[in-house]
Each structure stands twice: as structure tokens, then as C-alpha cells.
Design a protein around this ligand. Structure first.
Ligand code: GLA
Length: 392
């Protein structure tokens, strides 16, 4: 990938110095879905699919962007960074905007973006772009930001330039990922712990519905508001409550159920999921992957029936593996409405499962089923240092 990018960069920005290249990975999440913006816990990891950003400084105030996936360019001035009608520049420009709002005077730069994170598959390609950009600009202009500050700028960029009021999980996992470990992140205190994730003869299999989840931002924001409404009703009686993290089932039964059955259902899923994740972490500590797997199936039930962020295709794929003894856990992953299911499966059963599922899926939905085996890798890093070309 690095050589391909260097070669493309040289062709595209002839005369430029050799670029800095930053790699920022996509993510998976074992359990703890939609809990991040409710100040609960999540259990994500960075994967072996990543976004790469290559860049050099320019002598002027122009920002030149090029996306290899779309074979498209976009040029703006540093003084007029705005939301673009094209989708992809926003994840880069949103970060530029955040850094400028923090008072950093960025100069112009040439940037190329490429990678192998499938887009719209729920593997957080957008967070990977944002983190790669934040890391790259921090490096290029010597801004002195901490990793957490970069994560926060990346998250804010998603809020402002993509309109998704996301939590911190995706950006955090992309930036802080650690090979062969999952991250147990407390989204309230931002304290985190790396937990070894050793699956022995099991693997993480992602099944991509090929339903793009990009239309889900309004539903995502609506879920967030529904959770906030539930909290507001509980707060009328318990002023100490700040988020669903502080809410018990008893409180929901008393204060939310009489008011609105739908909001109750949403909040119930979250309160149970926060608890489920903590129990799942205990399973991991006891090396009981099977118990964790069972909880993943229950998470899917909740996401599908109570939180209602699944879709027919995701439900089909989880249903299809539910009674298969080679699969110890499966569920939809990420924001929902499409993307991938995550499956913990016996390594030697992968091939036959995929061969069996592909035609069934095609028959049911007239769509192709893609699959990836996800390895757990390190988070955002510099993979190529810029070397000044003599005379440039
Ligand atoms: C998206 C968001 C995350 C998180 C997940 C659901 O990926 O970006 O912050 O809320 O959905 O767990």
C-alpha cells in the first residue's frame, strides 16, 4: 500500500517533496453498542484494514485533496473551509475546521487519501479518515496535540461536518488500538484498559450485508435524543442522574414506562447493554468466550427489537448462524441499518459457512454477501516520514 501511495502521490503532486504517510485503521466492537453516547462502556479494537493519508506542505494557503477511491479532487483555501456537497472531503475538512477553531493557523497542503476499509460497511472508515487527518496535520504542522485531543477533534468533525452526533468509540478505537487487544473504554471518564483478546482456534468473521448505512444519520441522532428524553424524565425525580449510565431498570419502570412505551424500550436496551458489557468483560477475564458469545446474541436481539437499528439483512445473517455450534457469538455491529455482522467462529468452519450463506443471501435479498476475517492491529501511526527532496 505504501509504495502504491508514494507512486500515486508523486504523479498527482509532481514537484512536491516525499510525503508523510499516516495509517489509521477501521474498528470492530465486540459488545457495547450505542452505549458510548450514554456514558457507558464499549469494547472495540482497531483492525487490519486501514485508511492512509499522504501529505506535504504547500507554499500557499490552498488545500488540495484527492481521493483515490473516487478518483476525485477537491480544492479549497484555508480561509474558506466549508461543508462540501461531495461527501468524502468533509471528513478531512471537518478536522481542519476543528483545528482552526482551536486557534491553530494551518498552512496549505497537498493530501492524498486511499485505503482498504470497505466504505459504508460499519467499520468506521469515516472515523479512520478523521483520525488519520488529525494525526497527519498534527505531525506536519507540529501542533503538539495529544492523542486524546486528536480523537476529540475527529469526533467533533463528525458532528459538525457529517451531521452525525456520534459518541467517542470509533475515533478512540482507531487512534488507540493495540495489536491483539480489545479496549475496555469507560466513555464517561475516558479511562481505558487494554484487555488481551486471544481466540485460539476461533476467528472474528465480518459478514458485510452490502447495505450502506450512510442514510442512517437522522435515525442515529433520533436514538440519541430518545435516550436524552428518558434521562430527563428520570431526572425529575433523581437530580443526580446525568445519563443512562446512572439509570436502573427500576427507575425506567417507575418514571419512563408510564410516559412513553417507545422511549422506555430504547432506554431499557441501553441500561441492559451497559450491564451486559461489564459481565462480558468478566467472561473475558475468566477466558469464557462462550459466555461472551451468548451475550452478543442477546445484544443483537435488543438492537433489533428494542433499539430498532437493525434491518432485514442483518437479522437474516444473525438468524442463519444462531444454532450453528461453530459460531459462539454473532450480532450486528456499529450504528446499524446496514453494514456488517460480527461473528466469533471456529477457524476451520469459516469456508463452509461462507459458501453456504452466499447463495442463500443472494436468493433472499438479491445482494452479494462479502466477508472479511478481521485481525486486531495497532491504532493510528506514522508509516512514512517525509524526506525533503534536494532543492524543493
Ligand atoms: C456509530 C457511532 C459510535 C457508536 C456506534 C454504536 O459507529 O459513530 O459512536 O455510537 O455507532 O455503538
Amino acid at each position: 500500500m505504501k509504495d502504491k501511495i508514494l507512486e500515486q502521490f508523486a504523479r498527482l503532486y509532481a514537484g512536491s517533496a516525499s510525503p508523510l504517510i499516516i495509517r489509521s485503521p477501521g474498528r470492530i466492537n465486540i459488545i457495547g453498542e450505542h452505549t458510548d453516547y450514554n456514558e457507558g462502556f464499549v469494547l472495540p479494537a482497531a483492525i487490519d484494514k486501514a485508511i492512509y493519508v499522504a501529505l506535504t506542505k504547500r507554499g500557499d494557503d490552498e488545500i488540495h485533496l484527492y481521493a483515490a477511491d473516487y478518483n476525485e479532487s477537491h480544492i479549497v483555501n484555508t480561509a474558506s473551509v466549508e461543508i462540501s456537497d461531495k461527501h468524502w472531503p468533509n471528513y478531512i475538512l471537518g478536522v481542519v475546521d476543528q483545528l482552526q477553531k482551536k486557534g491553530f493557523a494551518l498552512g496549505g497542503f497537498n493530501l492524498l487519501i486511499d485505503g482498504d476499509v470497505p466504505l459504508g460497511a460499519g467499520l468506521s472508515s469515516s472515523a479512520a479518515v478523521e483520525c488519520a487527518t488529525a494525526f497527519a496535520l498534527n505531525e506536519l504542522f507540529g501542533l503538539g496535540l495529544s492523542k486524546l485531543q486528536m480523537v476529540q477533534a475527529a469526533q467533533k468533525a463528525e458532528h459538525v461536518f457529517a451531521g452525525v452526533m456520534c459518541g467517542i468509540m470509533d475515533q478512540f478505537a482507531s487512534m488507540f488500538g493495540k495489536k491483539d487487544h480489545v479496549i475496555r473504554l469507560d466513555c464517561r471518564s475516558i479511562e481505558y484498559e487494554y484487555v488481551p483478546f486471544e481466540l485460539k482456534n476461533y476467528k472474528i468473521l465480518l459478514l458485510n450485508t452490502n447495505v450502506k448505512h450512510s442514510l442512517s444519520s437522522s435515525a442515529y441522532n433520533e436514538r440519541r435524543r430518545q435516550c436524552e428524553q428518558g434521562v430527563a424524565w428520570v431526572k425529575e425525580y433523581h437530580s443526580e442522574v446525568i445519563s443512562l449510565r446512572d439509570v436502573t431498570m427500576q427507575m425506567l419502570d417507575e418514571y419512563v414506562l408510564p410516559k412513553d412505551a417507545l422511549i422506555y424500550k430504547r432506554c431499557k436496551y441501553i441500561v441492559e447493554e451497559i450491564r451486559r458489557l461489564l459481565q462480558g468483560c468478566a467472561d473475558l477475564q475468566q477466558d469464557d468466550i462462550k459466555a461472551l458469545g451468548k451475550k452478543m446474541f442477546r445484544t443483537h436481539e435488543g438492537l433489533s427489537k428494542e433499539y430498532e437499528v437493525s434491518c432485514g439483512e442483518l437479522d437474516f445473517l444473525v438468524d442463519a448462524v444462531k444454532d450453528n455450534p461453530d459460531i459462539i457469538g454473532a450480532r450486528m455491529m456499529g450504528g446499524g441499518f446496514g453494514g456488517c455482522t460480527i461473528n466469533i467462529i471456529k477457524e476451520d468452519a469459516i469456508e463452509s459457512l461462507v459458501q453456504k450463506l452466499k447463495p442463500l443471501y443472494k436468493q433472499a435479498f438479491n445482494k452479494d454477501l462479502d466477508h472479511y476475517i478481521a485481525g486486531i492491529e495497532n491504532g493510528t501511526s506514522l508509516v512514512h516520514q517525509n524526506i525533503a527532496v534536494p532543492g524543493v
